[in-house]
Ligand binder design. Structure first.
Ligand code: NAP
Ligand code: ZN
Length: 346
């Protein structure tokens, strides 16, 4: 089945129109007409081979919302016409301990990523959501709450779950003190979600111009991190610092802002190592916890939570021809707060 999309052909070439094949839906597959796809900073790292494992052509996109147009004979959960979502992975071994616990994102055989992996045949690359259609096993398809704007739901499939899962895992609840570092796609969802759990939220940002937005999104405080002593007044303050920064940055200053036994939740995936000083870590028995998106049950739980609380992403809608410009703007931190591609225009 021929599908239109946008692909990067090399690490340095701009994304451009490209046609490729999707598999014919099997027994348990759902064929989805993609309507919206968010632009995650991971798409940019990947398309530009910043993590050094990209194969080309590369069709990014793992914040997918669309409409079911065909279901295989054994599909039970979805019907033609349903609005559904697909996130960062489209299969896993389903038998390992992680999969059995509903943490397919930590599949011990490695989850099959929505793009940049291989299909079950082991040779056909997976291609992502910057395209008109996708075919996915129903087990890896999410139900989108009907009360929410589908375009603004798309970023929840990555930015939403990537912040929801570790905040929950770290026990963030009413009265927790949470700092969110980096007010981008992930960061702005982290603010909304932590606030919806009843936490007191502070944004730590390099961009003074984002203060009003941070407060509107639900933050109680906003601190600009540039400058020698910027973090000194925050020493020992937070239970959790959610670090969503996409580039190499200092984590030691933010670490000192944690209480004893506090946790730095690292979800940002800078391409180069971060330097961790020993003293801020050992002095307060503090810890660093990494986290990769979320499993299917918690992703559905997050979507349902967002449905109940009326939470979506703040988005800028773009057409496919604006993707490269959007990448450059995202790298500059200039996005309010997620670009979402109109995939009906490919
Ligand atoms: P984004 O929208 O570009 O936001 C990143 C924010 O980080 C920027 O808005 C900026 O916020 C801050 N920032 C950027 N460069 C900085 C620098 N040099 N120093 C300090 N702060 C800087 O990116 P995103 O889509 O939210 O993704 C963030 C990171 O998370 C990426 O590395 C991405 O690959 C990763 N990610 C991880 C997972 C996971 O499962 N762990 C999932 C998705 C994405 P301010 O202007 O407020 O400073
Ligand atoms: Zn992502």
């Amino acid at each position: 089945m021929k599908v239109r999309g946008y692909a990067a052909q090399t690490a340095s070439s701009p994304l451009a129109p490209w046609e490729f094949e999707r598999r014919t839906p099997g027994d348990r597959d759902v064929r989805i007409n993609i309507e919206h796809c968010g632009i995650c900073h991971s798409d940019i790292h990947f398309a530009r081979n910043e993590w050094h494992f990209t194969t080309y052509p590369c069709v990014p996109g793992h914040e997918i919302v669309g409409r079911v147009v065909e279901v295989g004979p054994s599909v039970t959960r979805y019907r033609v016409g349903d609005i559904v979502g697909v996130g960062c992975f489209v299969d896993s071994d389903r038998t390992c301990n992680s999969c059995r616990e509903g943490l397919e994102n930590y599949c011990e055989s490695g989850p099959r990523m929505t793009y940049g992996s291989f299909e079950a045949d082991g040779v056909t690359p997976t291609y992502g959501g910057y395209s008109t259609q996708i075919v996915v096993d129903e087990h890896f398809v999410l139900s989108v709450p009907s009360s929410l704007d589908p375009a603004a739901v798309a970023p929840l499939l990555c930015a939403g779950i990537t912040t929801y899962a570790p905040l929950r895992h770290a026990g963030v609840t009413k009265g927790s003190r949470v700092a969110v570092m980096g007010l981008g796609g992930l960061g702005h969802m982290g603010v909304k979600l932590a606030a919806s759990f009843g936490a007191e939220v502070t944004v730590l940002s390099t961009s003074p111009s984002k203060k009003a937005d941070a407060l509107r999104l639900g933050a109680h405080d906003f601190v600009v991190t540039r400058g020698e002593d910027a973090l000194t007044p925050l020493a020992g303050r937070f239970d959790v610092v959610l670090d969503t920064i996409s580039a190499v940055h200092d984590v030691n200053g933010p670490m000192t802002c944690l209480k004893r036994d506090g946790t730095l939740l690292l979800v940002g995936a800078a391409a180069e190592p971060l330097a961790v000083a020993t003293f801020p870590l050992i002095m307060g028995r503090r810890r660093i916890m990494g986290s990769l998106v979320g499993g299917l049950p918690e992703t559905q739980e997050m979507l349902d939570h967002c449905g109940t609380h009326g939470i979506t992403s703040d988005i800028e809608r773009i057409e496919p021809r604006q993707i490269n410009e959007a990448y450059d703007r995202a790298v500059r931190g200039d996005v309010k707060y997620r670009f979402v591609i109109d995939c009906t225009k490919f």
